[in-house]
Design a protein around this ligand. Structure first.
Ligand SMILES: [Zn+2]
Length: 427
């Protein structure tokens, strides 16, 4: 009884809202009202995008992915919310939806598809998670509690301050916070909604079956690449059979629509061309997470040599070189930062490599660029403070260190900032 009361008290604290589910038309008790849902999506999207290694630097592709997504959103149960769709650099096979209609598909998945219909199937499935408000039902308690505890949504911390952990970048921005595992029922419902939306938007429904087959095939061939997608969207044989049966029951004229192949292959050309290089990056990241940088290094070097103007590949190379060949790391980090000015992690790597070499001007510049991409990141403020300290700008440095404590109290970064503040006040 007491436990129940406490439970209710916590719920009350989090302002529960009763909302009508847009798909079922039934009212449900959500901890998150629609305004909150939209705000959460708006706040989290840039951070998730950067924790997925930033947007693929290809405006044509971004516009294309967004356009396909918006066609689905327009025929969905919630056409009025501010939908956004993008393609991110993550080399793993994945796609995810944030509350409020912010959806991302990874480069790893895009590079394995061949038609716009398959793309519409993935985006339609993710759109279904949003229209059915799975997130609102699912994550709210855990998320809102976390957010309440840390005093606001701006709080997301890069988990690892140290060099060697930078390699993995897995939990860099706390992405695991929202991407919980959906239930089987939610997955099935999203498959149904996805199929409904893509068919209504004029695509060939067979694209859904093709997509699920691609995922299943990849899973057999190389489980590691698909694991994260399967973590949040478990794929079973049953899901594939279910999709097949539903598609077969659709009108013949829907299934007879010609698949949209050419525009897809055109827009995805670069992503497909660089697929092997990015598969190596995926493999290298797993090796780095497993603390095997010596095995990751040749893979990263090969990819970077193949695509010399790809700043992201070069930044990973620089990060691994830093402990071994610091001169090369400097050259590579500088070049990567120039070639990928909008990717957060690239700027952070550059700031660290230059800081290590006591080149404070450059370190400061890259930390500031990182701060423009994602403001209020504790570890970036820490880097900025250290660069300022190195430049002898002690007051500015102290201000940055105090900011670290504000953004992320109780973090490793805050403790590090505290040490610097004490040293500064003793000086
Ligand atoms: Zn799903």
């Amino acid at each position: 009884m007491l436990r129940r009361l406490v439970h209710i008290a916590i719920l009350a604290l989090l302002v529960p809202a009763c909302t009508v589910n847009p798909v079922t038309g039934k009212s449900q008790l959500d901890l998150m009202g629609e305004a909150q849902e939209l705000e959460m999506g708006r706040q989290l999207y840039p951070r998730y995008t950067q924790s997925s290694l930033g947007e693929v630097p290809d405006d044509g592709l971004q516009t294309y992915v967004d356009r396909v997504g918006l066609r689905l959103a327009a025929v969905s149960h919630r056409p009025e919310i501010p939908w956004e769709y993008n393609a991110v650099n993550d080399p793993d096979v994945n796609a995810y939806a944030l509350p409020g209609g912010k959806i991302s598909i990874t480069r790893g998945l895009l590079s394995r598809m061949e038609t716009e219909d398959e793309l519409a199937a993935v985006l339609g499935h993710e759109t279904g998670h949003v229209t059915a408000r799975h997130a609102a039902q699912h994550y709210t308690r855990a998320m809102l509690t976390q957010l309440a505890l840390v005093g606001g949504m701006a709080y997301m911390e890069i988990q690892d301050v140290r060099y060697r952990n930078l390699y993995a970048l897995g939990g860099m921005i706390g992405a695991q916070l929202v991407l919980a595992r959906y239930s089987r029922d939610q997955e099935r419902q999203s498959d149904h909604l996805g199929l409904e939306y893509m068919t209504a938007a004029g695509y060939n429904p067979e694209g859904m079956v093709d997509l699920l087959e691609i995922l299943d095939g990849e899973h057999r061939r190389e489980p590691g690449l698909v694991d994260r997608m399967f973590g949040s969207h478990p794929l079973t044989r049953e899901r594939i059979e279910d999709a097949r049966a539903r598609v077969a029951a659709l009108p013949e004229e829907d299934r007879a629509r010609p698949p949209v192949r050419k525009p897809f292959l055109q827009h995805a050309a670069h992503v497909r061309e660089t697929r092997e290089a990015y598969d190596r990056l995926a493999q290298a990241r797993r090796l780095l997470a497993d603390e095997q940088p010596e095995k990751a290094l040749p893979l990263l070097r090969q990819s970077s040599d193949e695509w010399p103007s790809d700043g992201l590949l070069r930044a990973f190379l620089a990060a691994v070189e830093a402990d071994r060949q610091p001169r090369r790391a400097l050259t590579d980090a500088a070049r990567a930062a120039r070639d990928a000015p909008k990717i957060f992690v690239v700027q952070v790597v550059a700031a660290r490599v230059f800081l290590e070499d006591r080149r404070y001007d450059e370190a400061l510049r890259h930390a500031e660029t990182a701060g423009e991409i994602l403001p209020d990141m504790a570890d970036v403020e820490l880097l900025r403070g250290m660069a300022l300290e190195g430049l002898g700008r002690y007051q500015d440095a102290a201000w940055a260190f105090r900011r670290v404590r504000e953004i992320a109290p109780d973090s490793e970064a805050a403790r590090e900032a505290e040490r610097h503040l004490q040293a500064l006040s003793g000086a």
